[in-house]
Design a protein around this ligand. Structure first.
Ligand SMILES: [Zn+2]
Length: 311
């Protein structure tokens, strides 16, 4: 199959969700244009000298020269004191440097950010009332737009969101039916497909078969690890390297993105993975009305675009 194909419906690996891949009406993957990234310096609340000490929950590095910080979210939607909206929220300041995107940090620095995600997940999961820990990032900075200090967030609640619950159930059903792990089988298939971005003995990265977003990419460890605390040093090193290269490609395209970690606590059928969802597509009537997403960048084309530098 090539990406010069006709439109086709595709179903998500596990969720009951559909996309229509319509490369016929696609803009093809765009050429990378040189862009001047504006490292405009602005003082902000995440710059080292402005961080309020009482907000600090955790740090990597020392007091004087921290590399990654976890701080309290000053305006949380959920708190441990509110029984009607129970949970907690934290902000991870990914670098002391203002105006530098996550993808622009070195692989070593990105690994420190992953280590902080691991530390915080470990810490938060000790609270037995919290069943779900989401680590996510909203990156809206494009060259020319106002630049915010690079950060990600943690959102933990006592409710497992329906989509995550659906995925857990689907993976369990898959195991019952096939006597094999759904994620292991997905990886096995995708690293041999045109959707492969990267593969080594520890991790795999690919554009998912039913990508709902232009240039959507997933990064997974190649063994059962249900959350980031189960990943070892070598795996984090490998993930940091590939994550950087994917984010650099998006950065070059000037596309904003969200990424988040699919993780659960104590489920042998689940694999941890990072989902990178670029915000390039506009969801309109079909998407909002039917829930079916039209994606004009075939994942096969997106993977080819990523592979150009991701070796
Ligand atoms: Zn700043």
């Amino acid at each position: 199959m090539t990406y010069n194909m006709r439109s086709e419906f595709r179903k998500d690996y596990l969720l009951n969700k559909y996309v229509i891949i319509t490369p016929g009406r696609a803009q093809r993957p765009r050429d990378i244009s040189e862009q001047t990234v504006l490292h405009r310096y602005q003082e902000c609340v995440f710059c080292p000298k402005n961080i309020e000490k009482k907000l600090i929950l955790d740090k990597i590095g020392d007091d004087k020269s921290w590399q990654v910080l976890s701080i309290k979210n000053k305006f949380p939607a959920v708190t441990l004191k509110n029984q009607k909206a129970f949970g907690l929220q934290e902000v991870i300041v990914e670098t002391p440097k203002h105006g530098v995107d996550l993808g622009e940090l070195s692989p070593g620095e990105i690994k420190k950010v992953l280590e902080m995600f691991k530390k915080r997940t470990s810490d938060i999961s000790k609270n037995k009332k919290l069943d779900y820990i989401l680590v996510f990032k909203n990156n809206g900075s494009k060259a020319g737009a106002s630049i915010t200090h690079s950060h990600s967030q943690i959102f933990a609640t006592d409710i497992i969101p329906p989509d995550v619950q659906e995925e857990i159930s689907a993976a369990e059903n898959y195991f019952t039916k096939h006597k094999s792990n759904a994620y292991a089988d997905i990886i096995k298939k995708e690293i041999k497909s045109k959707r492969k971005i990267y593969n080594n003995k520890l991790i795999a990265a690919f554009c998912p078969y039913a990508s709902a977003y232009h240039y959507e990419a997933w990064i997974l460890p190649k063994r059962p690890a249900d959350n980031i605390t189960a990943l070892n040093d070598q795996e984090l090193t490998a993930i940091a390297k590939v994550l950087k290269q994917i984010l650099m490609k998006l950065h070059a395209l000037g596309i904003s993105y969200n990424f988040f970690m699919h993780q659960v606590i104590s489920n042998p059928n689940q694999y941890f993975y990072i989902k990178i969802q670029p915000r390039d597509s506009v969801w309109a009537g079909v998407e909002l009305g039917s829930g079916i997403v039209i994606n004009s960048v075939a994942p096969e084309a997106a993977a080819k675009f990523y592979r150009k530098i991701v070796k």
